[in-house]
Write a protein that binds this ligand. Sequence first.
Ligand code: B12
Length: 448
Amino acid sequence: MNRRDFVKFGLGGGGLAAGGGFVLRNEQKPSATFSKKFGHPWWVKEIDKPKLAVDNNSYTRFNSMNNVFGSMSKYYGMEKLKELRKRSREKTAQYFREERPGFRLEDRALSDAAWVISRLGGLNRGTRAWTSENVRTPEERGVEKYSASPEEVARVIKAAARYFGAATVGVTVYDRRHINATERRKNIVFEAVDEPYEEDEKLVIPDKCKYAIALTVQMSLDNIACSPSAISGAGSSLGYSRCEFLVAGLAHFIRGLGYVAIPSVNDLGSSVGIAVDAGLGELGRTNRLITPEFGPMVRLCKVITDLPMAVDKPIDFGLMEFCKVCKRCAEACPPNCLSFDDEPSFKIKGPWNNPGHQAWYEDSPKCLAYWSESTAGCSVCLAVCPWTKKDKTMIHDIVKATSAKIPALDRFFTSMDEAFGYGRQKSVEQWWHLDLPEYGIDTMQGKG
Ligand code: B12
């Protein structure tokens, strides 16, 4: 059965959908994936609490030194790590000699270059500085600081976020437990102060900065689908550079309105936990965010602020039920580091995970070790996810909508997705011949 037949047989006539007691009537068919301004597609439900639970007795702030970047030598063993890195350097040289597609000079140079803007920032540094001197404040302009209804403020912030490159944006009063306890060996503390500041021992977030603006930027599927290679590495790196630009611009804008803004990419705390609470997606088997619009093909960042805004609710689009039966990411993961458990649980895999929140926890040191093995990182778990789609035909929206409403069909959709060859590694040779849109992404995808 080819794709066209599948559509005709299964969904084109509303057959499957109707069979499940759910009819896709013409007037219900969305003309755009984003059904309301800054909102989600019509088949996404808002809920009061995220689907995956938090155990209030054990969930606390994470020590960032425990993630694999901070403790890889401890988790993996110093000697083994040295050996791994040596082998990685040798392989890199060998791939240059072989002129292996995806690992040649042009591929590596592209990947490095895509990082360049990201390198302008770091925790409270450069583009991510917590305060800036060159902002024209309302005071300097001789006007009051910006004020509007919470809904109006949220709309203005979301418009600005999109303008600076966000694919989706949500607002939450963040759970302080999502903020790391330490960063760069300094304690992160909350104090009743007007401005954020940093001293030798601590990084201080003002108590009044209660809001987090959770942001996604799209990554190029044409790049990520070439994983593992330097071409897919460039997909991640460019995502980081675009996050940098986005949080720097949005933070500057908020300061221009007269408020505090703390721009953050990977630093400061869990972008995923914050994004789930702000309703940008659900946590998937990848132990990462999956969005209804772009699947897992997004990088995350956030801005913390005292600007009061209307907040968003967490969402349910049937992802958890889908991930329970799918397991494609776990099957495809080259170092086998993802969970095959049917159900998400509180059982962590090691000290690199933060206990107390329900998840499909992964074996992170295996993942990071494979980045050296491949010599160019890895994004295979994102590329193979059935929610990762570039196809603009209506079929994918209909399948997603049906999956959101009828979990019984999830297994069927997963096997169809595989049968049609989605998620297979794309040819790195082809990438340099593509007629790519800006940033390699289709910025109008999902917007009708
Ligand atoms: C360190 C890190 C890693 C480590 C692993 C994490 C670790 N335990 O050491 C390594 C280097 C291996 C890694 C790998 C990858 N990562 Co990573 N990683 C991070 C980073 C910088 C910190 C995460 C962390 O501190 N984890 C330690 C503890 C908290 O982990 P945990 O308890 O298992 O919790 C995880 C989730 O459950 C969730 N989470 C944490 N707390 C809570 C609380 C609640 C209530 C909920 C619902 C979820 C949640 O976030 C954690 C993600 O690791 C984040 C950026 C950020 N600040 O969030 C990016 C980040 C999570 N990674 C990301 C990505 C994409 C990847 C990769 C695909 C690599 C790539 N090509 O980009 C792989 C995927 C591996 C996999 N599927 O397992 C993206 C995820 C985007 C998304 N769609 O969600 C992030 C957000 C970076 C970004 N700017 O976009 N990563």
